[in-house]
Design a protein around this ligand. Structure first.
Ligand SMILES: Nc1ncnc2c1ncn2[C@@H]1O[C@H](COP(=O)(O)OP(=O)(O)OP(=O)(O)O)[C@@H](O)[C@H]1O
Ligand SMILES: [Mg+2]
Length: 336
């Protein structure tokens, strides 16, 4: 039995992927789910959202050459020579939430993954390329098994390269954060066909290895829906411009991501829209400062007066989003 992996993905940068993983990992854990968050973005922004600078310094210490497995890259490093994947040493964020930290050195793994891709279609020696291509999933499952996790949440960078292809191969489900603008619509048009190719190309590799020596991900990448993020809105932009792009999202999502026909649905009542998240303004730097989710800010953190109402509002927003996502995931039977 494997643990479902949910990835937040859009090749348009800065749409709020990392913030969503951070907040939903906390929210799911508050709701009683056991969660592993895994940082597969070489920029490691998720890791710096969770951990203090002192902790980061210790994790990434270049002078410590011992065989460690404190970050995703350290787990994979032996594979760049003749070794195998190391089981990850996770960071405990709370009793039900553990992090597999990211690493800037992960960027160096891009070439290794690119080279493994054609080799996995060869006729001999499939162990190594398939081990490499599924390495993110193997690490995620090791961490999830160790902590009895119900779900793994993965954060990725805004790219369509080999690292993200492996991250998506590791994903059972995908949620797409986007904004109502030209760039996000364009991003959606790239994303749908890319997911489709990655899915079918991975299936070919699975079919090509008749007798696999270890468990492999199915690479389902099932789209659960999109989240309309409003923090990227420019206040000066006319409402008309916003409406123009927002009106196009439901059909663009259906056509390019689901490969289905156009819809008459209008936001926010489109069935594929998981949520519309507002701009949380001054709560954002306040929460980043104390490395807490916005919905857990207290008066001691500075959330007083109208801020405290905004904190309650954020709690309701993220709770509703978490419920909407959980409803769409098929959990293995052992979970509640
Ligand atoms: N709902 C929100 N309200 C206000 N600011 C937000 C909100 N969501 C995200 N942000 C801010 O927007 C910026 C981009 O968010 P984030 O880093 O999560 O995006 P990303 O998609 O992960 O970016 P990248 O593509 O670079 O990985 C950050 O400064 C974050 O704090
Ligand atoms: Mg990010």
């Amino acid at each position: 039995m494997t643990v479902p992996v949910l990835t937040f993905f859009n090749n348009k940068g800065g749409v709020g992927k990392t913030s969503l993983v951070f907040h939903l990992a906390h929210m799911f854990s508050e709701m009683g789910k056991r969660v592993v968050a895994i940082d597969l973005d070489p920029q490691a922004n998720l890791t710096s959202a969770f951990l203090s600078e002192d902790d980061l310094e210790a994790l990434w210490d270049p002078d410590d050459m011992s065989a460690r497995s404190n970050t995703i890259y350290q787990c994979l490093k032996p594979m760049t020579e003749m070794g195998d994947i190391l089981a990850p040493q996770t960071q405990e964020i709370n009793a039900r939430l553990h992090l597999v930290p990211g690493d800037l050195a992960l960027a160096g793994f891009e070439d290794t993954l690119s080279q493994a891709w054609p080799l996995a279609m060869g006729s001999s020696n499939l162990y190594r390329p398939m081990r490499l291509l599924s390495a993110f999933w193997q690490v995620a499952q090791m961490a999830a098994t160790r902590h009895g996790a119900d779900v793994v949440l993965a954060d990725v960078g805004p790219h369509l390269g080999a690292i993200n292809r492996s991250a998506l191969i590791a994903s059972d489900h995908v949620v797409i954060p986007l904004a109502a603008d030209l760039f996000s619509l364009q991003g959606l048009r790239n994303l749908g066909p890319t997911l489709q190719h990655w899915r079918s190309d991975w299936q070919k590799r699975l079919d090509n290895w008749a007798t696999p020596s270890f468990d492999l991900p199915r690479g389902a990448m099932q789209p659960l829906g999109y989240i309309l993020m409003q923090h990227t809105e420019r206040l000066s932009r006319p409402v008309k411009a916003y409406k123009k792009w927002a009106d196009r999202i439901p059909t663009t999502y259906r056509e390019s991501v689901l490969q289905k026909g156009a819809t008459q649905s209008i936001l926010p009542n489109d069935g594929d829209c998981l949520a519309k998240l507002k701009h949380y303004r001054s709560l954002v730097p306040m929460a980043q400062e104390v490395r807490k989710p916005i919905f857990r800010l207290s008066s001691a953190d500075g959330a007083i007066g109208s801020h405290s109402y905004a904190v309650q509002g954020a709690w309701s927003d993220f709770k509703a989003l978490a419920v909407a996502i959980l409803e769409r995931i098929d959990f293995p039977e052992h979970t509640s």
